[in-house]
Ligand binder design. Structure first.
Ligand code: THG
Length: 262
């Protein structure tokens, strides 16, 4: 499972303040903690309060790259912000994200190809958030079709069914999980799948329990990647154990320690 750490996001108070005050130490600490805890990649999001996201994105990337050598996921709804990030990124980049709208796809698929980046395609469109599995599959097919047409490798595409909070969209959880499985049978070679995990527990009680239960279930439906909080140790232990049960890791009595160090 490809783990993307979610904590460098201006939505968090400490990070929002660090961006505003250009406090490198705070950002670098957050990057190193997430990598130490098992993140393979770090999500980078300037947050809703950023006045100049183009330059804040570049500052965040350069700051992280001074101490960490991991792929970074450029998390912005603005293609301009993503492009500014791609210009300064040293390692492989993840574009987070395109929607299924033609305008977004036309801008971001060629950029992903040019920079040899991975691309996250979220199954939403200008019409809004899909209400069921069929609508998710229709949007996924549109994203895959554009990637194919433009020669972007489908194996580098991560489809995101858009996870909603369980307290507002309880009836959709099963459709979201089944979408993860069905996205993979749209095309050969199959696209990969990803979720923004913490969305599922926004506004709920026992958030950590909701997150780790959803994650283990999604893994059983074939999930390849997640944007999550790697500092949640119980979550990471549940992830490692789910992968053990899915026969992706070999059992030994110290499997938790062994796979945490890997
Ligand atoms: N898909 C993709 N990218 C995404 C998301 C997604 N990026 C953003 C988001 N969703 C994933 N990242 C987060 C980060 C934090 C939270 C949820 C998702 C979160 N934050 C606390 C809250 O809102 O309650 C904020 C706490 C605080 O302010 O301190 O839950 O789905 N491709």
């Amino acid at each position: 499972m490809f783990v993307i750490g979610e904590l460098i996001n201006g939505m968090y108070q400490n990070i929002g303040r660090a961006i505003k005050e250009k406090n490198k130490k705070e950002i670098q600490k957050c990057a190193l903690q997430q990598i130490e805890a098992g993140a393979d990649c770090l999500d980078v999001n300037c947050g809703p309060a950023s006045r100049d996201p183009v330059s804040d994105m570049q500052w965040l990337i350069e700051t992280i790259q001074e101490v960490a050598d991991k792929p970074l996921a450029l998390d912005s709804s603005k293609p301009k912000v993503i492009e500014s990030g791609l210009k300064v990124i040293k390692n492989k980049a993840v574009i987070n994200s395109t929607t299924a709208d033609a305008e977004k796809l036309e801008a971001l698929v060629p950029l992903a190809k040019e920079y040899n980046a991975k691309l996250i395609g979220i199954t939403i469109s200008a019409k809004g958030i899909p209400q069921n599995k069929d609508q998710r599959l229709e949007l996924a097919a549109a994203i895959v079709a554009t990637c194919e047409e433009k020669g972007f490798p489908i194996a580098d595409l991560y489809l995101d069914p858009i996870v909603l909070p369980v307290n507002v969209a309880q009836a959709q959880m099963k459709d979201i999980l089944e979408s993860i499985h069905e996205f993979k049978i749209i095309y050969e070679p199959p696209p990969k799948t990803i979720v923004g995990l913490s969305n599922v527990s926004q506004g709920t009680c026992v958030r950590n329990l909701v997150n780790r239960t959803f994650l283990t279930m999604a893994l059983a439906y074939g999930l390849d990647a997640a944007i999550l909080d790697p500092l949640d140790k119980d979550l990471m232990d549940a992830l490692i154990t789910a992968e053990l049960i899915l026969n992706k890791n070999i059992y030994c009595d110290s499997y938790l320690e062994a796979y945490r160090k890997k």
